[in-house]
Write a protein that binds this ligand. Sequence first.
Ligand code: COA
Length: 332
Amino acid sequence: MPRTEFISTGLYVPERTLTNDDLRQWWDTSDEWIRERTGIETRHWVKPGEQAGSDLALEAARSALDRAGMQPKELDCIIYATLSPDYCFPGGGVYLQRKLGVPGIPALDIRNQCTGFIYGLSVADAWIRTGQYRRVLLVGAEVHSTGMDFTPAGRDISVLFGDGAGAAILGPTEDEGRGVLSTHLWADGRHAEQLWCEVETSARYPRVSHQDLDEGRQYAIMNGREVFKHAVTKMPQSVRTALEVNGLSEADVKLLIAHQANLRINEMVQRQLGLRDDQVYNNIQRYGNTTAATIPIAIHECAASGRLQRGDLLVLTAFGSGFTWGSAAVRW
Ligand code: COA
């Protein structure tokens, strides 16, 4: 059976860049508070009404296609991971497919928040190894900025998130020992309301009421400390599983790319795994948390800059709303 390799990658973030100080026009916050607690320095936001998530996904996909020297018509399938689809339905995948101009090929949406890219990678890997599809476009794309609470109540969450997209084109390799070695997925719905968005909801009628809007229930809410506590436990566990299953150890890791939710979380993950600084990559400083896009954006930066070389062991881990978490081991 072949393994799944990354044929190419791409990224796209909107041009509009906001510093921590820029956020003070809406919230009582400070550069110092945001940097100290999260490591974030800047983030990119769309200009509302000008770009949707599928537009960001399109640019990231085009960049990956260009790097592979491929045309969209060579794709067999699209997997689109997002918690911020352009519309409630249909999913973002069909809009991306339409914008790429490839009617007919399947477009699957993945709704696993910050773990979306790893869930998508697991599905793509199974399809590719079994021969169902040979060229899979896997995208993580988010627009958070249009869903933010710009009242004072929104400051704890809104300063964390950015917009962006990352893409990977995946396909089979017969090259012994290379490619995706394994993927590992978990979920624990007992914690669903620790980081969630209640409205709109099909659980009652009407799905959105005026009262909901007046009370701000359309905005995400988060129990930051609870998320933090679980993230710093589950991500190291997931990395150890990925290593053990493949008979590898922390010393074998060339690069760990963890979901970019908070630099402090990732520093704790690194410490628990006993990894050196040169074994981890973080870029949350520039992008904030772009949810399903953080991992493919980081992979692209490492691949494009030469930080990832053929044969390197890349380990991915993510944790997020759901709770969902996961990991993957990849021989680049
Ligand atoms: N600017 C300034 N002050 C802020 C603020 C902001 N943007 N947001 C909250 N505060 C205030 C709070 O009101 C609180 O004030 P008080 O002590 O007077 O009540 C104080 O800062 C501390 O708030 P707290 O929520 O306890 O901070 P924290 O140390 O837990 O850090 C997070 C908050 C969000 C940075 C942290 O909990 C975290 O990163 N959690 C994980 C989040 C995450 O990873 N989410 C995505 C998962 S995929």
